[in-house]
Write a protein that binds this ligand. Structure first.
Ligand code: PEP
Ligand code: MN
Length: 370
């Protein structure tokens, strides 16, 4: 299989079950049964939340930080599911995580950014999932390497996982400002064309790293047509044991969702309109630049006419110009009277420019330049 020719057997079910973007929310980390239940109870008040997430094993950059509650968190998660009916999702990074998550009936697994970078780890997760029918989402690797991301999808697919999805969570780049992880938005288009048909989520929380950027990042991702969002929420974000500055309360999530344009078709048509407006802007700029160049040439013609004592208006030449431009307009199908009106305006302006040149003695011009 060539690296650009991904041949996945994909059959995405749970991830595209709704008409609005699929929303995954819940705490960065499971911390206590109370924290999990209160967060989940808050989230179900908003019917736009489809899946409850929680980190059970936390990959931390430095040892000694909160590394997740482990197995007991899976018990709390099971209680959340029983009480709220929300399907649950956790991050897995090794065989033990997979086995325990399956033992507790977790509905969806995801591979985190720090795991996707390591093919040994991804293969271990894939091997542990051999023969299991469960949706698996793959976050992009920490570094902007699309092939690693695709490689992880392929490893899982070869282990028989067909319900696959991708999560764009931004990248570590030399300058991530103002983000925590740079979105490199062009990646969305690239991964879409390399893995067509695989649902694509965006994780604005890990891109933004701070609450005040969540709306902009989420809306941009929706404009780019992502199928869903994963947004971290916590009943009391300020005291969260991980990612405190980027989590929102359930009420904060509702406020955020209210502010977003979530309608797929609406977003798509807005996107098209934006593209067309950008094109018009560019064409208008080109037109103005061309008119400037044309006006400059008129001036030089004026200078030539002055030096050679010629009349400004030469009727024969202008009829030829009009005839030639209208022929072109007809050939390419532009309305003739529209072009005639524009040519008239251009001609008037051109005569004005040449008159000014003719009436300004060459010596005056030079002095003015001094
Ligand atoms: C997370 O989702 O809490 C997490 C650790 O994310 P990432 O793998 O994107 O860093
Ligand atoms: Mn987190």
């Amino acid at each position: 299989m060539s690296s650009n020719n991904l041949n996945l057997t994909s059959n995405s079910k749970i991830l595209k079950s709704t008409s609005i973007p699929t929303l995954i929310s819940g705490p960065c980390s499971a911390e206590s049964e109370e924290q999990m239940l209160q967060t989940a109870r808050g989230l179900i008040n908003d019917h736009r939340v489809h899946i409850f997430r929680a980190g059970i094993w936390k990959p931390r950059t430095r040892p000694g930080l909160f590394e997740g509650v482990g197995r007991v968190g899976l018990e709390w998660l099971r209680t959340v599911k029983q009480e709220t009916g929300l399907p649950t999702a956790v991050e897995v990074a090794n065989t033990k995580h997979v086995e325990e998550a399956l033992e507790y009936g977790v509905d969806i697994l995801w591979v985190g950014a720090r795991t996707t970078v390591n093919p040994f780890s991804v293969q271990e997760v894939a091997d542990a999932l051999q023969g299991v029918d469960i949706p698996v989402l793959v976050k992009n690797p920490v570094n902007p390497d699309i092939q690693l991301w695709l490689g992880a999808l392929e490893r899982l697919n070869r282990a028989g996982i067909t319900d696959l999805g991708l999560i764009h969570r931004g990248f570590s780049t030399p300058n991530n400002k103002p983000y925590r992880n740079h979105p490199k938005w062009e990646t969305i288009q690239q991964i879409r064309s390399l893995a067509p048909g695989i649902p694509l989520f965006c994780d604005p929380s890990h891109i933004a790293g701070r609450r005040d950027l969540l709306e902009t990042v989420s809306q941009q991702a929706l404009h780019l047509g992502v199928d869903g969002l994963m947004i971290e929420s916590h009943i009391n974000p300020d005291v969260a044991l991980s990612d405190a500055s980027q989590q929102v309360t359930p009420a904060g999530l509702t406020k955020l969702l209210d502010a977003l344009d979530l309608d797929h078709e609406h977003v798509a048509s807005k996107e098209q309109l934006q593209d067309l407006r950008t094109l018009i802007d560019r064409l208008d700029h080109d037109l103005i630049n061309l008119l400037f160049l044309r006006s400059d040439v008129s001036k030089r013609i004026g200078e030539y006419k002055r030096a050679n004592a010629l009349d400004i208006f030469q009727a024969g030449r202008w009829s030829e110009v009009v005839e030639d431009r209208l022929r072109l307009a007809n050939e390419i199908g532009v309305d003739e009277s529209f072009i005639r009106a524009i040519l008239d305006a251009i001609h008037q302006h051109s005569i004005g420019v040449q008159n000014e040149v003719m009436n300004t003695p060459a010596s005056v011009k030079k002095e003015a330049v001094k």
